[in-house]
Design a protein around this ligand. Structure first.
Ligand code: GDP
Ligand code: CA
Length: 332
């Protein structure tokens, strides 16, 4: 079984742990040496940001750390057993950006990545080098080697009250982390996506897959940015494998994060049905053959087989059952 998965950060990583479990693998370790099965994750890079001269790839790192058993699952991001000495010192200097904490262990990842990028290696090669150390069991591909950055246009929070506030564009991380997604977006755009190309292996993985899964990642700033890379949507549409998505909303609300705010910015209602219709049917210019929604909900997505199952990724076994349901709805 060759499975290709479109994934963001924490939601994507949790889902991938369940895909590994579904294949009978250790969700938090290397793939078995003798397996013919393969999992390729195509990961969002539009959240990436350069801080303190370091290139940070939060979604790739969430996948890398989670799938190799190095993630801090309590905190929900970063490395387990982390220390914060460097961040504390940077804050002491008043160095930007104090709102983005970087653990000491994590900084080592960013140092190695930035050094390789500065030496001319593409992000896909750098990611392969990081994977070689951590053995997450899954092939991790950045969606593109090109620079794509989600920017969020908001009314300037520093504007004087009374006047119509000028609009400013914030980097996604500044909007999400610094402002807690609390400033209403006028628009959200993956800057650079239109000029980007898929990273090596991305189109090949989609074409070679027996099953293509869209993780319950943020439909706008994780999945939306991946399919904004020219060629990826077309590859999904022409793939021989069925494509199944998992709703990131349960009871109309994100399980974690602010997907509802992101959806509102692109004019999509915060319901599983609206997200399914936004993805659309492959038979009608869209992405999907199948779609999983949460038990007790209904969704009418024309041209798509919808199945209602428990959607809480409480542990890899529960998530593996979701993957089994994806196969059933896809008939593979
Ligand atoms: P990020 O890049 O770290 O923000 O993570 P992703 O974009 O990969 O995933 C975020 C999305 O995962 C959010 O919209 C959540 O609602 C969704 N999510 C998180 N946990 C669960 C879960 O247990 N079940 C489902 N269905 N969705 C989840
Ligand atoms: Ca992300």
């Amino acid at each position: 079984m060759h499975i290709a998965v479109l994934a963001g950060g924490v939601g994507g990583a949790k889902f991938l742990a369940g895909v590994k479990r579904h294949l009978g693998w250790d969700p938090y370790g290397a793939a078995p040496a003798d397996t013919d099965d393969e999992i390729v994750a195509i990961v969002n890079t539009a959240d990436d940001i350069r801080l303190h001269g370091l290139q940070i790839c939060p979604d790739l790192d969430s996948c890398l750390y989670t799938l190799s058993g190095q993630a801090d699952t309590e905190r929900g991001w970063g490395r387990a057993g982390e220390t914060w000495t460097a961040s504390g010192e940077l804050a002491g200097y008043g160095a930007e950006a104090p709102w983005f904490s970087l653990g000491d262990k994590d900084i080592a990842t960013h140092l190695v990545r930035t050094r390789m990028l500065d030496a001319g290696y593409p992000l896909s090669s750098v990611t392969a080098a990081l994977v070689a150390r951590w053995q997450p069991g899954v092939t991790l591909l950045p969606m593109t080697d090109d620079r794509v950055e989600t920017h969020v246009v908001v009314a300037d929070p520093a504007a004087t009250a009374g006047d119509p506030a000028p609009l400013i564009a914030l980097h996604f991380q500044e909007w999400w982390v610094r402002h807690g997604a609390g400033l209403t977006p006028q628009s959200i755009s993956p800057i650079g996506a239109a000029e980007s190309t898929p990273a090596p292996g991305v189109l090949e993985a989609i074409a070679a897959a027996d099953l293509i899964l869209i993780a319950p990642s943020n439909p706008v700033v994780s999945i939306g940015t991946i399919v904004a890379v020219p060629g990826i949507k077309q590859a999904l549409r022409s793939a021989t494998a069925p494509v199944v998505a998992v709703a990131p909303l349960i009871g109309g609300a994100p399980v974690r994060g602010h997907a509802d705010v992101c959806l509102a910015a692109i004019g999509v209602e915060s319901t599983a049905e609206a997200v399914g219709r936004h993805y659309g049917a492959r038979s009608d210019q869209g992405l999907l053959d199948g779609y999983l929604i949460a038990t007790g909900e209904t969704a009418d997505v024309p041209g798509v087989r919808v199945s209602a199952v428990p959607l809480l990724m409480s542990d890899p076994d529960a998530t593996a059952a979701m993957v089994q349901a994806c196969r059933e709805v896809a008939g593979v």
